[in-house]
Ligand binder design. Structure first.
Ligand code: NAP
Length: 402
C-alpha cells in the first residue's frame, strides 16, 4: 500500500499533488454539499468575475462539479488534454478574483485581498502553462522498458496480430504463437521487413492438455521479457446444448494456458527485475452472461488472476495488465458461433489502450462506451442485470442454441 501511494504521488510534482487533492475535495465533499444541501437562496457562483445567484448558480455549480471531477481524473492519470485546459481554467479563476475583489468588494479591502489572491492564482496558472511536458509524458519504448523478446499467443489473427505489430514497432522481437502456421509466417515476414526485428514461430495448440508446456519447452533458449496472454475463444449458446469436449478446450485455452505460461515465464522476469505480462480479458468477465456463461466465467478468471498478479508482482519490477475490450472487429464472432453482432472496435485501438495503461494501472477497459456498459451492472439489482445481459446476448445467439 505504501509503495502504491509512493507511485501515485511520484507521477507529478508536489504542487500538482496538492491541486489533485484539492480537486478530490471539491468533487467528493464541497460540490455535493453545494449542489445538494446548500439552500438555493444562499447559492452564488463566480464565472469570469460575474456573480450568479439562486437557481442559476445551482445550475452552473454542475459545471463546476464537472470541471473538478475532470481535473481530478486528469491529474490522477496526468492526461495530455490537461494542457492547456487546466492553465486556462485557473487563469479564469484569477480573472474572476480580480474582478470580484476590485468591483464587488472594492476599496482598500478589495485591493488588500484581491491582489495577493489574484497573484496566487496567476502563479498556479503560469506553472500549469509551463508544465505541458508533464502531461501525457511519452513512455519509454517497450524494448527499453522490459527487454528484447515478447511471446504473443493468438498472434495469427485479430488483437494478437496487432499486439505483435505494436511490439515490433517499439523494437521488440516476437515469438509468434498460434495454430495456423501460414498466417504466423506471413506476419513474421512483415515484422522483419517493416521493423527490422527478429521473429520466431511457435506453432502450438493451447487447447491440448500439454499445449502450454510444449510451447514453454520450445522457448528455453529465448529470454521472454513480455508475455501477451491473448489467445482465446468464445462459444455461444445455452449451456445444455453445448459440446462438453469443446467447453473443456475453451477452458484450456482461456484459463489453463495463461496460468501455465505465466508461471513458467515469471521466474525469469523476477530474476531480471523487470518484465510485463498482459492478459487479454473482456468486459464479459465483469458480468455473468446467460447464453455465453462459460466464456464470461473464463474471462472473469483472467481478470481476477491478472489483477491479483498486478499487486503481487509490482514490487519485483513486473508490470501486469488486464485489458478488457468490448466487441472487437476480429474473427472471434465466427469462431464463437455468434450472429448479428456489431463490428466493434478496431483491434489496434485495444492494443493502444493496453500499452498506454501498462505500468500505470492493473486493469483497463478499452473504449468509453464499453466502460459505461461494463459498469452498468453495478447499478442494477443482480437479477435485473442478468436479464438485461440475456436480452443482449440472445440476439447474437443462433436460434437453435438459445
Ligand atoms: N473480438 C472480441 O469481440 C473480443 C472482445 C473481448 C475480448 N476478446 C479476447 O481477445 C482475445 C483475442 O481474440 P480476437 O478477438 O483477436 O479473436 P480471433 O481473431 O479469433 O483470434 C484468436 C486467436 O487465438 C488463437 N487461438 C484460438 N484457439 C487456439 C488454440 N487452441 N491454440 C492456440 N491458439 C488459439 C487463434 O489462432 P489459431 O486459430 O491460428 O490457433 C487466434 O490467433 C481473446 O482472448 C478474446 O477472448 C475478444
Amino acid at each position: 500500500m505504501e509503495s502504491w501511494w509512493r507511485d501515485v504521488l511520484d507521477r507529478r510534482p508536489w504542487w500538482m499533488n496538492i491541486l489533485m487533492f484539492f480537486c478530490a475535495f471539491m468533487t467528493f465533499v464541497y460540490m455535493p454539499y453545494d449542489l445538494l444541501i446548500k439552500p438555493i437562496a444562499e447559492d452564488h457562483e463566480v464565472w469570469f468575475g460575474i456573480i450568479i445567484r439562486g437557481g442559476a448558480a445551482k445550475f452552473t455549480a454542475l459545471l463546476h462539479w464537472a470541471v473538478y471531477g475532470l481535473g481530478l481524473y486528469g491529474f490522477w492519470r496526468m492526461r495530455a488534454w490537461m494542457w492547456p485546459w487546466a492553465a486556462l481554467y485557473v487563469a479564469q479563476v484569477a480573472f474572476s478574483m480580480v474582478v470580484y475583489y476590485l468591483v464587488h468588494v472594492g476599496g482598500a479591502p478589495g485591493w488588500l485581498f484581491g491582489i495577493p489572491v489574484t497573484m496566487f492564482f496567476v502563479l498556479i496558472a503560469r506553472a500549469l502553462w509551463d508544465s505541458q511536458d508533464q502531461f501525457g509524458k511519452r513512455r519509454p519504448l517497450m524494448r527499453d522498458r522490459y527487454g528484447e523478446w515478447a511471446l504473443v499467443t493468438g498472434a495469427s489473427a485479430g488483437i494478437g496480430t496487432e499486439f505483435a505489430r505494436a511490439l515490433a514497432r517499439e523494437g521488440v522481437s516476437c515469438v509468434l504463437s498460434a495454430r495456423r502456421k501460414p498466417r504466423l509466417t506471413e506476419l513474421a515476414k512483415e515484422l522483419e521487413d517493416h521493423y527490422g526485428v527478429q521473429t520466431k514461430i511457435a506453432v502450438a495448440d493451447l487447447s491440448k492438455p500439454t499445449g502450454a508446456e510444449r510451447l514453454v519447452e520450445s522457448l528455453k533458449d529465448t529470454e521472454i521479457s513480455i508475455l501477451i496472454n491473448n489467445a482465446g475463444l468464445g462459444y455461444a449458446g445455452r449451456f445444455d446444448k453445448l459440446d462438453a469436449a469443446r467447453m473443456k478446450q475453451l477452458i484450456q485455452v482461456n484459463c489453463v494456458a495463461p496460468v501455465m505460461l505465466t508461471s513458467a515465464l515469471v521466474q525469469g522476469m523476477r530474476e531480471r527485475g523487470r518484465g510485463a505480462i498482459v492478459f487479454t480479458s473482456s468486459i464479459a468477465g465483469r458480468q455473468s452472461l446467460p447464453l455465453h456463461g462459460l466464456y464470461s466465467a473464463t474471462k472473469a478468471f483472467d481478470s481476477r488472476l491478472g489483477e491479483a498478479l498486478w499487486c503481487e508482482l509490482r514490487e519485483d519490477g513486473i508490470d501486469v495488465l488486464t485489458v478488457e475490450p468490448g466487441p472487437v472487429d476480429t474473427e472471434f464472432v465466427e469462431v464463437a458461433g455468434e450472429i448479428n453482432r456489431e463490428r466493434g472496435e478496431p483491434p489496434a485501438d485495444v492494443v493502444d489502450t493496453a500499452f498506454a495503461a501498462l505500468g500505470r494501472q492493473p486493469t483497463v477497459i478499452s473504449g468509453w462506451k464499453n466502460y459505461f456498459l461494463a459498469n452498468l451492472s453495478r447499478f442494477l439489482p443482480s437479477t435485473a442485470a442478468l436479464f438485461v445481459a440475456k436480452s443482449f446476448v440472445e440476439k447474437q445467439t443462433p436460434a437453435e442454441l438459445r
